[in-house]
Design a protein around this ligand. Structure first.
Ligand code: 4AD
Ligand code: MG
Length: 463
């Protein structure tokens, strides 16, 4: 049986050709002689109107009372220009059958539901316009991400999900273990004996594929990964997830300036691709979620990104006529209020910040000659703050080893990483773009939990 997707029918001619459609009833209304069903099959935002003549035998009499919102159906008939104003074409059904009926407890009504309500019904969210649109935007972005890197001769590396080290050195790790927590094996000193654990040592879910990417970049040249990462941060905010996807490129023979250029062109290209591939979805977000989002994105595409060093940013913050909750000071991490001021008031757009104090950044970043700062690079955007974090990496064996020791790291876990600086070391750089933050930025959605299929956050892992 050849079926037609709603998107292909809406894009095709209204010449009376025959079509077979499957989907779920979104709404239904009746006039004296006719029933109009709005049916969605997920292929696009728009529904297909299916017109049923009550007088014929289009619907099996026993089924008609079950053809309700949420029920699944199959229908066949002719595609013709619609007489209604709401849609250009419609399917004049010759036959329509119920596939799965819907029980009266179906939680989705015709009215708009709050995002909180939908989060509690995350398994039904894809049946709403907004979440369907998010799903298609995520798909278009994923394709565009691979396209961007493949065009530039990057190799896609599948970095591991289970690791033995903390790539960020920040300690936000989920431990992976098969030990029995109620009575773990203990060694002579009384502490848990991880030699008896599955891998014979402590292991974790990855926070970033960066270290392994550096490994591959230092022989394959240009590489990237796009996959899930995990952070056990106890951050209950609208921009943190415990499981999120990250895009991470890594380039050998590459210093910070080139890294910055790549990050900025990646963002611009992804914005253009979404505007081109998801115009209906973007219109929905512009209309219902965040007014003006399309124009904003177009401006970001057209204008060069502004670049400041961390020190310049601190100077700007100190000059700002604002009564800060956290007064800005050199050496402190930027707070959300600082990031928002910089992007929303000062720059009015995305901002690339580089050369942060080494004390607030990860161990692997390349030290500047001043001894105080490192070649870090964050990209901040209005509303969300940081969406990209990256750096040039320390390629000097002695400097890297000393910094790691200074920070009290377990050197035995990182000898392979230091080997990359022992054997043909090269300047190299990379960054990580948070996929969900990107989707949030593009769509204007307020809460990161509403742009991911199944959100995971502290004390929340339904579905
Ligand atoms: O700044 P981060 O921690 O950088 C790294 O992990 C580097 N190893 C990347 C690299 O250089 N290869 O994280 C990168 C980005 C952030 O800018 C943010 O967009 C996103 O990942 N991110 C999160 N997104 C959602 N929930 C969280 N808890 C996130 N933590 C980071
Ligand atoms: Mg960061």
């Amino acid at each position: 049986m050849v079926r037609n997707s709603v998107s292909s029918l809406l894009a095709g001619p209204d010449d009376g050709r025959y079509a077979i459609v499957v989907g779920w009833i979104r709404t239904k209304r009746q006039s004296k002689n006719t029933i109009f069903f709005e049916v969605n099959d997920g292929s696009c935002l728009a529904n297909l109107q299916i017109v049923v003549d009550k007088s014929g035998d289009v619907i099996d009499g026993k089924q008609s009372q079950h053809l309700l919102n949420g029920a699944s159906i199959i229908a066949e008939g002719q595609i013709l220009p619609s007489e209604g104003k709401e849609q250009e074409i419609e399917l004049i059904a010759r036959k329509m059958r119920l596939i799965g009926e819907v029980s009266p407890s179906y939680p989705l009504q015709k009215k708009r539901h709050s995002f909180e309500f939908l989060r509690d019904n995350a398994h039904l969210r894809p049946r709403t316009n907004t979440f369907g649109a998010i799903t298609r935007v995520r798909n278009a972005l994923s394709v565009a991400i691979h396209g961007f890197f493949q065009k530039r001769e990057f190799l896609w590396i599948q970095t591991p999900i289970i690791t033995g080290n903390d790539a960020e050195g920040a300690g936000n790790l989920f431990q992976v273990s098969t030990l029995d927590y109620s009575s773990p094996p203990r060694n002579d000193s009384g502490s848990v004996d991880y030699q008896k654990d599955f891998f014979g040592k402590k292991t974790y879910l990855t926070v970033s594929g960066q270290l392994q990417l550096e490994n591959f970049a230092c022989s394959m040249g240009k590489v990237y990964t796009f996959g899930p990462t995990f952070r056990a941060e106890n951050s209950n905010t609208s921009r943190h997830l415990s499981e999120f996807w990250m895009i991470e490129p890594e380039m050998a023979f590459c210093e910070l300036e080139e890294n910055r250029e790549l990050a900025e062109s990646l963002i611009k290209e992804l914005l253009s691709q979404v505007l081109e591939r998801c115009p209906d979805e973007m219109e929905l977000f512009d209309r219902w979620v965040s007014k003006g989002t399309i124009d904003n994105l177009k401006q970001v595409i057209d204008k060069p990104f502004i670049h400041l060093t961390y020190s310049e940013a601190i100077r700007e913050l100190k000059k700002a006529p604002i009564d800060w909750e956290y007064p800005p000071a050199w050496g402190l991490d930027l707070q959300a209020e600082h990031e928002r001021y910089l992007c929303e008031e000062l720059i009015k757009g995305p901002l690339t910040l580089t050369d942060y104090p080494k004390e607030i950044k990860a161990f692997y970043m390349k030290q500047n000659d001043d001894g105080d700062t490192v070649r870090a690079m964050d990209i901040l955007v209005p509303r969300l703050g940081e969406i990209i974090g990256g750096s040039q990496r320390e390629d000097d064996f002695v400097k890297l080893r000393d910094r790691m020791k200074q920070m009290g790291m377990d050197m035995s876990e990182y000898s392979w990483y230091l080997d990359l600086r022992r054997y043909g070391s090269v300047p190299h750089s990379g960054f990580g773009l948070g996929f969900e933050r990107l989707v949030q930025y593009i769509t204007g959605m307020q809460n990161i939990r509403d742009v991911v299929p199944f959100p995971r956050s502290p004390k929340a892992i339904a579905f």
